[in-house]
Design a protein around this ligand. Structure first.
Ligand SMILES: Cc1cc2nc3c(=O)[nH]c(=O)nc-3n(C[C@H](O)[C@H](O)[C@H](O)COP(=O)(O)OP(=O)(O)OC[C@H]3O[C@@H](n4cnc5c(N)ncnc54)[C@H](O)[C@@H]3O)c2cc1C
Length: 395
């Protein structure tokens, strides 16, 4: 690939997560002769919304994390299993970790996000994260140690009561013996601050039923090896309190991860600023999608369904550019929210449906897995999030 012709017409997609994989598959599906290179360092795609079911053993590893080789087989997409170090937008080149230089005609950046400590000292040294396959094994080890331990420090702390924190708290609670306490810490005044009220209520009920202690309006100041320093933000004169733990999971923040080399003028709050066609403002051959994209006219960001909808429209617009047709404007279609709430239970809000309990769990699972293990189809099923909207397709 090194030194390929600058005019090769090559479309390079960086990152094979929800946005990038959708783009690459959609490009070859709609224009089979398109030359597409997907650059992704991991060997397996991870269906992050189902990571909780992998933890609980409700799903198998191959269902949640199929290999890229199986997903891309026969699709005509070239997979480069490397990490992109740097991008040169002026020369239209991408530099990989193994020193490949790839000339692109059009570029899609879909590198997603990674956990962020939000400036709190001690997080990366002491906390577990929950955003990749290995984290599941580490957490399983902790659960098993705690269940069999005679240690009296039987507390798990989860920081952040967004979707990941709440789903994890319920699932872990169902896996732990009853004498273990779970503290869920949230700086806001309600769990799931960004969610639909029905899902908030269902989540609160599920947490209360499991006797998970919810500490709202609470800021974590520092994470030490076996305790956290916390402060109540509702009272200006409140004293710092120390809370001991045997295991701590940090779900409080994420930050976008963009390869080096792109000038600061293209960014707003660490995300690449895009126009309504999903092109990076000021760089007409470069698209930015998913978690790393910043649309100044929209509030929606940071979900798999947004990344997949971006991926479909980015592919559509690249084809339009190649065929010298006008570009489409991206319009986000909110297709609802599904959360797992412990083993065998879930809540769903969207498309006029509000449902919780075991039926919601089965619907959620069906929506995600209906076309597994061929995720090239499965991703489309989840991409329709979760049912077709009045027959309207995103692409
Ligand atoms: C546990 C968990 C549960 C979630 N549940 C839900 C949910 O239920 N619903 C929902 O809508 N969202 C959910 N999300 C959020 C959702 O997963 C993200 O918003 C979504 O993955 C973003 O898609 P993306 O394509 O931008 O990035 P990602 O899907 O993160 O993909 C980025 C890819 O880029 C690769 N990459 C990174 N840097 C480079 C580089 N320099 N070179 C090459 N490749 C690179 C990475 O390896 C990765 O494969 C969840 C997230 C987590 C962590």
């Amino acid at each position: 690939m090194s030194g390929n012709s600058p005019n090769s017409g090559l479309i390079v997609v960086i990152g094979g997560g929800f946005g990038g994989l959708t783009t690459a598959l959609s490009l070859v599906r709609h224009r089979p002769n398109t030359s597409v290179v997907l650059i992704e360092p991991r060997s397996k795609f991870v269906f992050l919304p189902l990571l909780y079911e992998l933890l609980s053993g409700e799903l198998k590893r191959w269902e949640v994390a199929p290999s890229y080789s199986s997903l891309l087989k026969g699709k005509g997409i070239v997979l480069v299993e490397e990490y992109v170090e740097k991008i040169d937008i002026n020369k239209k080149q991408v530099f990989t970790s193994l020193n490949k230089i790839i000339n692109y005609h059009k570029l899609v950046i879909a590198t997603g996000s990674k956990p962020d400590a939000l400036g709190v000292p001690g997080v990366f040294e002491n906390a577990l994260m929950f955003n990749q396959l290995n984290d599941v094994e580490i957490l399983k080890g902790l659960i098993s140690r705690m269940n069999s331990s005679c240690d009296n420090r039987k507390t798990i702390i989860i920081v952040g009561a967004g979707a990941t924190g709440v789903e994890l708290a319920c699932k872990i609670s169902d896996l732990l013996s009853e004498d273990i306490t779970i503290n869920l810490i949230e700086i806001g005044d309600r769990v799931l601050p960004k969610s639909h009220s029905f899902n908030q209520e269902q989540a609160e009920q599920a947490l209360n039923k499991r006797r998970i202690k919810i500490l709202l309006r609470t800021r974590v100041l520092r994470v030490n090896r076996d305790n956290v320093q916390i402060q109540n933000v509702a009272q200006s004169d409140s004293q710092n309190v120390s809370l001991g733990y045997a295991g701590l999971i940090w779900t409080a923040g994420v930050k976008p991860t963009v390869p080096l080399g792109i000038a600061s003028e293209f960014f707003s709050e660490e995300r690449l600023v895009i126009d309504s066609s999903l092109r990076v403002k000021g760089a007409e051959d470069v698209f930015a999608i998913g978690d790393i994209a910043c649309d100044l006219n929209s509030l929606s960001m940071g979900t798999a369904q947004l990344a997949m909808q971006h991926g479909e429209v980015a592919a559509q617009n690249i084809i339009a550019l190649c065929e010298k047709r006008p570009l489409n404007h991206f319009e986000y279609v909110d297709r609802g929210e599904m959360l797992s709430l412990g083993i065998g239970k879930a809540t769903i809000t969207g498309l006029g449906i509000t449902i919780s309990g075991p039926l919601a769990f089965r619907l959620r699972r069906l929506a995600y897995l209906s076309k597994m293990p061929s995720l090239s189809l499965g991703i489309r099923s989840a991409g329709s999030w979760f049912l077709p909207l009045d027959g309207k397709k995103a692409f």
